[in-house]
Design a protein around this ligand. Structure first.
Ligand code: ATP
Ligand code: MG
Length: 587
């Protein structure tokens, strides 16, 4: 069987269970006690029936009755305790696994996210985790119970009459075979269902994030149709599984029924022949009846295990993903800060091995300087700054920070000292203050006001009725593109970074505001390396070092005046943009 193959994906759960071993063992003890009380009932009934024939006072009958009720009460009590322990453990484990998974996901490299859809990751964190919980809770509880029931009932039955026991258990091998065959198919179907659910989640997630585009392109009807189709397939796949499971349970009941018939037929003949008392026969019928639920539970447990192992495999795929960019043995834990001496030495990089995006890039800058990167769209500007933050490692060449290869600097230290404003700003559904304070342990109001001022967003914020407590993002007001960019700049500045990276972060503000922000940034820039990516030369003409990228290569580099003198691509672009600005000024 699939699940018996090593290594079993479910082995991953063992350490989690081990943490709660005491509670779990207690739960298993309660399972045993439940079953003890469970078998005592029929034994009492059997002996009561046999004693009916002889001297049996009604008082004794009542005491038997009371005893039987007592047994049932005991059983109920322990059943309650079983749930209170094992199901609770499953919830505890689920919480631990969810935390670990989330922690791991947070550490994964940027590249991982570029190749996986968010919906798929979400599905694994929700649906698949639920399947695991079912296994840890009901799965373990019912398998322990089934095992215990068999261990208690079958020896007693065999002790009373082993031949009749054999007859009663005759359908058992057929049953095991069915469980084996059908379990395999259920596992297979379930894996398909889960991956289909991932597609469904992805669709929903992307639609919600891109709802504005959907509406702008009047695609609602189309999207609804696509979703309906996906949803229908999901239902059909589930229905098929349910039909299969229904068939499975009915066949199980049929086999159990067969057992009862066999007991009555063979047991009846034994009673007639005087080899079995009526009480014993009654016990047998009750015992076989008591085996029905555990037998069905067995099939159900097999399903749960199959589903859990399929789900765990999907979760393991995430857990086994090693963050591509991570601290290595070369990392020097002594390094506590970053100054901002940055050197690229023949750096080449590509997202795919055969398609280089950056080719042989070399330059060197120091704190206090402003490095500008310009070039046509798709020339590799964002890629270059991503390498500085070590979101990716270069394929060849080295990047040095303060004279040390980036790999030697602990990732946490490196990124803590870089203030990065991405090209597509992202604000969380939270207050403006918290958005600016993101990533800084404690940000005072005064500090937030200061950086808001530097980023020229302070006046805007203070015009909002709730000022810094204004909610932005999905549940709050919507900031304009330029306001978002400036909020993101304030966020980056709050970290007092040694390296400040603005990736086209002023594209949504007018040239005047751009000038204003750049001038304010200058005030605190002596000890910091500033990297500005921009298409607009007006934003970078004062930079100390300008890189002009084209097709992933540095085609020109130098200061504004040097580049103008060179009369190349940069000079041509400058002329063109100057003309455009003049035209704009006239109209
Ligand atoms: N995650 C990625 N996977 C594969 N290719 C990528 C990825 N990100 C960018 N690219 C490709 O790398 C090239 C450079 O992209 P990059 O984003 O660095 O350009 P850019 O200069 O910043 O452009 P823009 O001015 O439009 O922001 C492009 O051809 C782009 O298609
Ligand atoms: Mg870019």
């Amino acid at each position: 069987m699939d699940i018996l193959n090593t290594p079993n994906p479910l082995a991953r759960l063992f350490p989690y269970l081990l943490t709660y071993r005491n509670k779990l063992l207690l739960g298993l003890l309660f399972v045993l006690l439940t079953n003890l009380f469970n078998v005592l009932g029929p034994l009492l009934i059997g002996s009561a029936i046999d004693r009916l024939k002889s001297d049996f006072s009604s008082a004794q009958l009542v005491s038997y009755g009371l005893l039987i009720i007592l047994m049932a009460a005991g059983r109920g009590l322990f059943l309650f305790m079983v749930r209170q322990t094992i199901i609770v453990v499953s919830r505890d484990c689920e919480q631990d696994i969810r935390n670990d998974l989330y922690q791991h996901i947070q550490r994964l490299s940027t590249r991982y996210y570029k190749t996986r859809s968010t919906g798929d990751i979400l599905a694994r964190n929700t649906n698949d985790l639920n399947a695991i919980r079912s296994f840890l809770g009901p799965g373990i509880m019912y398998s322990a119970n089934t095992l215990a029931t068999f261990l208690f009932i079958i020896p007693i039955m065999a002790y009373v009459n082993w031949e009749l026991t054999l007859v009663a258990l005759l359908p058992l091998p057929v049953m095991s075979y069915m469980v084996f065959r059908m379990g395999k198919s259920i596992h297979h179907q379930y894996t398909h269902i889960q991956s289909h659910y991932s597609s469904l989640t992805t669709r929903v997630q992307e639609n919600l994030s891109g709802i504005r585009v959907v509406k702008a392109y009047v695609r609602e009807a189309w999207e609804i149709m696509t979703f309906t189709r996906l949803n229908r397939t999901y239902m059909l796949k589930n229905l098929r599984l349910v039909r299969y499971q229904a068939l499975f349970y009915s066949l199980m009941s049929l086999l159990i029924g067969l057992s009862v018939v066999l007991v009555v037929w063979y047991g009846g003949s034994l009673v007639i022949a005087g080899k079995l008392t009526l009480g014993e026969m009654t016990q047998f019928v009750i015992f076989v009846g008591m085996l029905i639920w555990p037998m069905i539970a067995l099939g159900w447990v097999i399903n749960i295990i199959q589903q859990a192992s399929a789900s765990q495999k999907r979760i393991n795929e995430i857990l086994d993903e090693v963050p591509e960019v991570r601290d290595t043995p070369q990392t020097d834990p002594e390094i506590q800060s970053v100054k901002g001496f940055l050197t690229f030495k023949s750096v080449s990089f590509g997202y795919q091995p055969d398609r280089p995006v950056l080719k042989d890039i070399s330059f060197s800058v120091t704190p206090g300087q402003v490095l500008a990167v310009t070039g046509e769209t798709g020339s590799g500007k964002s890629t270059l700054v991503n390498l500085v933050m070590r979101l990716f490692d270069p394929d060849s060449g080295t990047i040095l920070m303060d004279g040390r290869p980036l790999r030697e600097i602990p990732l946490k230290v490196l990124r803590k000292h870089i203030g990065y404003v991405p090209q597509d700003t992202f604000l969380f559904s939270d207050t403006i203050a918290n958005n600016i304070g993101f990533g800084v342990e404690s940000a005072g109001e005064e500090e937030i006001r200061l950086v808001a001022d530097l980023a020229s967003i302070r006046e805007n914020i203070e015009d909002f009725p709730q000022r810094y407590d204004t909610f932005v993002g999905e549940r709050g007001i919507t900031l304009s593109g330029g306001q978002k960019q400036r909020t993101a700049i304030a966020r980056a500045l709050l970290r007092k970074p040694s390296v400040l990276i603005l990736d086209d972060s002023l594209s949504a503000v007018d040239t005047q505001t751009e000038d204003l922000i750049l001038n304010r940034l200058k005030e605190h820039a002596e000890s910091r390396l500033t990297i500005i990516v921009s298409h607009r030369i007006s934003a970078i003409r004062n930079a100390t070092h300008i890189l002009v990228l084209s097709g992933g290569e540095v085609v020109e580099q130098g200061t504004h005046s040097e580049l103008l003198a060179a009369n190349g691509l940069y000079a041509a672009t400058w002329e063109k943009q100057k003309l455009e600005d003049e035209l704009k000024a006239i109209t």
